[in-house]
Ligand binder design. Sequence first.
Ligand code: ADP
Ligand code: MG
Length: 242
Amino acid sequence: MQESIIVEMIRVSKSYDKQKNVIKEMDLTIREGEFFVLVGPSGSGKSTLLRMIAGLEDITGGILKIGGRVVNHLPPKDRNISMVFQNYALYPHLNVEENILFGLKAKKVDKGERQRRLQEAAEMLGLERLLKRKPKELSGGQRQRVALARAIVSRAPLCLMDEPLSNLDAKLRANMRMEIRRLQQRLGLTTIYVTHDQVEAMTMGDRIMVLHDGKIQQVGEPIRLYNEPANTFVASFIGTPK
Ligand code: ADP
Ligand code: MG
């Protein structure tokens, strides 16, 4: 068995009622422990692809496997994944601690274990002194740290991130890139990271996949894409950072 493959897509397609062929017969494998960046222009299908892996959108063709098991119609809660969104998706009426632990209570993780995971995540992300605050009392960067902490405490082996830094200013974004990579490496967490930012892709990815119009243009290490772009789209997209 190929135990190092965590996500496998075999001719996966997606059409919406109003928009056909958003993802076109895609073959893709993602390896355990890698930081895999999905990059492409707006409208290329990045979020759709991530949402299909999460189970938030149905696939309309092909086979999707996570951890070796076909998950085509499995609901999100049974997929053992965590997600970090652009808008943080925190509960405004809950404090930081409650936001971080929300999913664990639902999964009946016992109190001692919840506290252990909370302390660990808070320490990793520098949230120790913010645990009693409400989201509205936090800066954008702090909110995004809470969203990351929530993903970490779940212990899900696969983390999906959809443009998690795009609401932050440039300086904070650069810091958070490094912080996310440090965290991901420390935990050995397989991560699929969506961005439309070429610099982010090139600096963060173990491997990058360039998506355009629902089709894979190229998959490979950043240096490979830079030196040997598969086509003119990849060459111009990777070659011209904004
Ligand atoms: P990206 O994240 O790369 O910007 P999306 O996956 O959001 O791209 O969108 C890809 C295409 O699918 C776009 O043409 C978009 O308009 C369309 N699309 C996305 N979500 C829906 C939806 N719920 N219903 C219909 N069309 C959609
Ligand atoms: Mg998107």
